[in-house]
Design a protein around this ligand. Structure first.
Ligand SMILES: *Cc1c(COP(=O)(O)O)cnc(C)c1O
Length: 346
């Protein structure tokens, strides 16, 4: 048995999802001829309210391509939170692939304000300092603990960026989680951005696949980098069918992942040795830590893994947990009992 709180990317394709994959109509994706990919693009464009989009194997490639397409000169600044996924992990893609300079902002749980970035956006061009070309925002924030950017904050930043010709990119790996939690339409969030990507391989449960959307000219540019990076595919409809299935059948279930997170964190809260504030976490990502008088974090993680088949992630000096459709309430009960037992014995 495995109980996997490591990531919502560890959701496995269901039997029904595999069925639609097996029967998907396919064609040459690189030539724009795969009917299932085209159907996925159409539905995603409608949801996001964007005129054009392309299909890519991963969210990471969406970020790389969007960054390359928005940058004008090597070294340009991309402004983003200091704990942004594209900055902290993903093998240094900003420097290594986009040839840009990250401008990290210290937000609260991954969320910063218009006031915090004004000084970087409103300034005369200088010969010896990179221009800020792009603001990149995660909805929801990954290392910020699944926090949701309020629509009003996004709108204020979008207005500022528009006035100074700075582009906005949305890393929407978990945009659907934000939308189900707030009941704000994904198109309302997307309207603040020039480009948006959504991922189908997180809580929606597809094995892989992401869509990058924006204006026609942006997507034309993105196609160039899609080919350059080897992201142009062939009978990709087999994958797109899984993405479509996730979108149609699993999107509303995401709210359940958030309820599971509350259930887990509220269960952890009273256990002696645990430090957690369940009210901080709005979606399917949570963090907790241990008091200094108990065992080290790594010891707890190792015991959970080896004695119970329960997997969680160490992130800095905390433990990150992510809930998803393959985690049942019973699995959470087993986890709580295991944590109690390990901490009590020590
Ligand atoms: C997972 C994730 C990505 C990358 O998506 P992949 O499809 O795994 O490449 C990008 N940004 C954030 C915030 C993520 O959580």
């Amino acid at each position: 048995m495995q109980i996997d709180f490591f990531s919502d990317t560890n959701t496995n394709p269901s039997k029904a999802m595999r069925q639609v994959m097996a029967h998907a109509s396919v064609g040459n994706e690189a030539a724009g001829e795969d009917p299932t990919v085209n159907a996925l693009i159409k539905v995603t464009c409608q949801l996001l309210g964007k005129p054009a989009a392309l299909f890519l194997p991963s969210g990471t490639m969406c970020n790389v391509i969007a960054y390359k397409a928005h940058i004008q000169r090597p070294g340009d600044y991309i402004l983003l939170d200091h704990k942004a996924h594209a900055l902290v992990v993903q093998s240094g893609l900003i420097a290594g692939q986009a040839e840009a300079t990250p401008l990290p902002i210290v937000g609260i749980r991954g969320v910063f304000t218009e006031d915090q970035i004004k000084e970087h956006i409103i300034r005369p061009p200088l010969r010896n300092i990179p221009a800020v070309r792009l603001v990149s925002i995660e909805q929801t924030t990954n290392f910020g603990g699944g926090a949701i950017w309020p629509l009003t904050v996004l709108q204020a930043i979008a207005a500022l960026c528009k006035a100074y010709a700075v582009s906005m990119h949305l890393d929407g790996a978990r945009l659907f989680n934000a939308a189900v939690a707030t009941q704000v339409a994904v198109s309302a969030y997307a309207a603040c951005f020039d480009s948006v990507f959504v991922d189908f391989s997180k809580g929606l449960g597809a094995p892989m696949g992401a869509v990058l959307a924006g204006e026609e000219d942006f997507i034309e540019k993105a196609w160039y980098y899609k080919f350059q990076l080897g992201g142009a595919m062939h009978q990709a409809g087999i994958i797109a069918a899984a993405c479509l299935y996730g979108l149609e059948h699993h999107r509303d279930d995401l709210i359940e992942d958030h309820v599971k997170m509350k259930y887990l964190l509220e269960g952890l809260f009273p256990i002696h040795g645990i430090i957690v504030n369940p009210s901080l976490y709005q979606t399917n990502i949570g963090y907790f830590s241990l008091t200094p008088d108990t065992i080290p974090i790594q010891t707890l993680l190792d015991r959970l893994r080896h004695a119970y088949g329960i997997r969680m992630a160490a992130v800095a000096d905390s433990i990150r947990v992510i809930t998803h459709r393959d985690i049942t309430y019973k699995a959470i009960d087993i986890t709580l009992a295991a944590v109690k037992k390990i901490l009590r014995v020590m």
